[in-house]
Design a protein around this ligand. Sequence first.
Ligand code: UD1
Ligand code: UDP
Length: 376
Amino acid sequence: MPVYGTRPEAIKMAPIVAALESDPRLDCTVVVTGQHRAMLDQVNEVFGITPAHDLDIFAHGQGLEAVTSRTLERLTPVLRDERPDVVVVQGDTTSAFAAGLAAFYLKIPVVHVEAGLRTATIWSPFPEEGNRRLLSHITSLHLAPTAGSRDNLLREGVDPTTVVVTGNSVIDALLSTAKVERPVVDPILAAADLDGRRVVLVTSHRRESWGEPMRSTARALARLATTEPEVVFVLPLHANPLVREIFVPALSELPNVLLTEPLGYTDFAQLTARSTLVVTDSGGVQEEAPSLGKPVLVLREDTERPEAITAGTATLIGTDEERVVNEVGKLLHDASHYAAMANAVNPYGDGRAAERSVAAIAAMLGVGERLADFAG
Ligand code: UD1
Ligand code: UDP
C-alpha cells in the first residue's frame, strides 16, 4: 500500500506504483492523504493513477499538527480494513511521516522510499529533516537513493541487511516523461515567445524560505530581470498563498518574468530541459536538473542532496540578494563558468529505481530476489 500526499511524493511514487501494478506477485492499493489537492491530483492524472482511497485531509493553511493528526485518524481505519502486508511511504513530508506512524502503530512494516537523506541539523529543512529521521526508526526496509544516503543510515546503526540502494525514482519519472513530446498545457507558457531567448527557471516554496529569505530572492530576481531584458525568467508558483504574496507584487509588472500556476509535470520537465539554468530551493528539482545538464543554484543554506554539488553542477547560494544577483549573472555572462557547471550527470539514478524498489519489496515479502544496488 503506497501512501502519499504531496506533489513530489506523487511524482516519485508514480514509477513505483506502475511497477507494483504490473507485478503479478503483488497487489497494490494506492492511498492519498490529500495534504496537497490540485498539485497532487495534477500528478496522479499525468501518470494515470486513480487512488483506491483518498483521505481528503486538505485544508488551506493547516498546521503540521493538523496534517499529522488527520492523516493518523483517517488512515488507521483504512489500514484496519485493508490489512496491507507493507505500507510504502516516500521522502520527508508530514504525510509520509504520519502514514508511517499509522502503519507502525498497527505493526504493519514500513518501506521508506528515498531513505537516508540527511543534513547536519533537524531544524533545516524544517520539518522535513525531522520527519525523515523519525521515519528511519520505524522503517523495516530502507530504499536509499544513493550510496551516500545508505552510508548515512549505516552510520546511525541501521541494520545493513535492511538497506537497498535503488537510485531515486524521480529520475525514472523524468526519463519516462521526457521521452514523450507533448504540447505545452499551461496557457502563459504556451503563449510565451521563448525563441532564441535564454530561460532562467526559478522555483521557491520551502518553509525556511517563507518571509524575508523569499523576499530577498524576489528582489534579486526583479533586479536581474531589469538588467537582463533578453533573458526570460519563468517562475511556476507553488499553490501556497504565502509564496504568491511575495513573488506576485515583486515581479508581475516585469515583461520578461512569467509567473505561472503550478505546472503539470510534462510542462515542467520540458521547461527544465529548455532552460539555461535553474534557481531553486526544491529537493526534487535539485535532482532532476543535473540529469538534464542544467546548472543549479540552490536557494538554501544546506542541502541533503550533496551529490550534484560534489559533481560540480549545483552550488549552494542561500537567498542573500547580492549573492543571487551575482551567481545568476556569472552563469549568464561567464561562458567558461557556465560550461564547467553544465555537465549532464546522473548521481541520483539511472531510471531503474522502481524496478529495484519492487524487487526489494518482493524479496522482503518472500516472493522474489533483490536486484544489484544502483552503483551511481
Ligand atoms: C509540503 C511539504 C514539503 C514539500 C512540499 C512540496 C510538509 C511539512 N511539507 O510543503 O516537504 O517540499 O509540500 O511542494 O509536508 N496548497 C494549495 N493547493 C495544493 C497544495 C498546497 O492550495 O494543491 C496551499 C494551501 O494553502 C496549503 C499550503 O499551500 O495550506 C501549504 O501546503 P502544505 O502541504 O502545508 O506545505 P508545503 O509548503 O506545500
Ligand atoms: N514540479 C512540477 N511543476 C512545477 C514545479 C515543480 O511538476 O510547477 C515538479 C518537479 O519536476 C519535481 C517536483 O515537482 O519533480 C518537486 O516538487 P516540490 O518542489 O514541490 O517539492 P520538493 O521536491 O522540494 O519536496
